[in-house]
Write a protein that binds this ligand. Sequence first.
Ligand SMILES: *Cc1c(COP(=O)(O)O)cnc(C)c1O
Length: 414
Amino acid sequence: MTSPVWHPFTQHGLGEPIPRIVRSEGCALYTDDGRRIIDAISSWWVTTHGHCHPHIMAAIADQATKLDQMIFAGWTHEPAETVAAALVEMLPAPLAHVFFSDSGSTAVEVALKMALGYWRDRGARHRILVMEHSYHGDTIGTMSVGERGVYNAAYDPLLFDVGTVPFPAAGREQETLDTLERLCRTENPAAFIVEPLVLGAGGMMIYGPETLREMHAICRRHGVLFIADEVMTGWGRTGTLLACEQAGIVPDILCLAKGLTGGAVPLAVTLATPPIFEAHLSKDRAKLFYHSSSFTANPLSCAAAVANIAIWREEPVLDRIADLAGRQSVHLAKLAAHPRIRNARQIGTITAVEVEDTKGDYLSALGPRLLAAFRDRDVLLRPLGNTVYLMPPYCTDDTDLSRIYEVIDEALAE
Ligand SMILES: *Cc1c(COP(=O)(O)O)cnc(C)c1O
């Protein structure tokens, strides 16, 4: 019996098993044949506090008895107003305007459109600067500002041209800053978009807050808008609510998604500073911001976000994150001593290592072999090429965390 479902980032031709999940709780997924799978990557980086957090699930259930979905153009509802007000209160003051969408990709598309809208009456700049190895989503626009490779080669003719600064690898930061400075001077860019402190899909590549601060300063000096894509880094992953905090910077435009609802249901926001909003403010209807999707600010999703924000306010989430980060570093130090492990690194709750291999690209044979070894041992880890990384939900206890590292050891032995 073959399923009609076409899965994302899945080569169906290989006939690999696709386990069926029936339930989730805390840091675990449960299969229909009764296995408990430890979710070591937070179900693709979305689950923050843990699966099926009772407050978030109750908020969705409660909202479901009141208002399911409604048009958000020219109408509003309480859950959206509450989310927006709470975000503005939690985040740095200049980020005063909240635009809702449904996913990280749409949050980034919205950010790019806002940036171009800002420049429309200021000399129509449209060039976007990006960082090498970045990932911002899988739509045409977000692929355009992301790393080019095997995963988007087929669509390359549709992707727009961008200016690229090198990744600020340790010791090469100045090269990044010099290139950014030069591109800001010569290319008349509208905006620079960046994943702050860690490039996720690019392979959990970490760089320092000083570089982030410097890049922001360069953009400031040249009047280039600074877009922070915190879709992955937001909501505590790097040890602080936002990664930008560690650099002491406030972007002109900020994208949040994944953990916005605690990872329970889809929702995204793009926050903007007053100059961006005001560039679209007019008595002229034609100057409005032309973006919408059917489910913009869906009330059920907003209710989940309200519950997530309440958890952040009422529970010691940052302490939990610091505790998990501390336990992660103990395990990572042990793993780093393994002869096949290179470049062990950590930022906040995220750890990553390279497994030594002759060939290190995304399609490297090692990745799928590791994936299968982890799956057979009931741990959900999904290596990026030969990069094995952990990004567990914050509720992951020591028994489960130890088990994840034990399974990595076993897979390496194989
Ligand atoms: C996951 C991710 C996106 C895309 O988010 P989706 O919700 O999958 O569309 C964008 N930017 C970054 C940094 C991400 O990690």
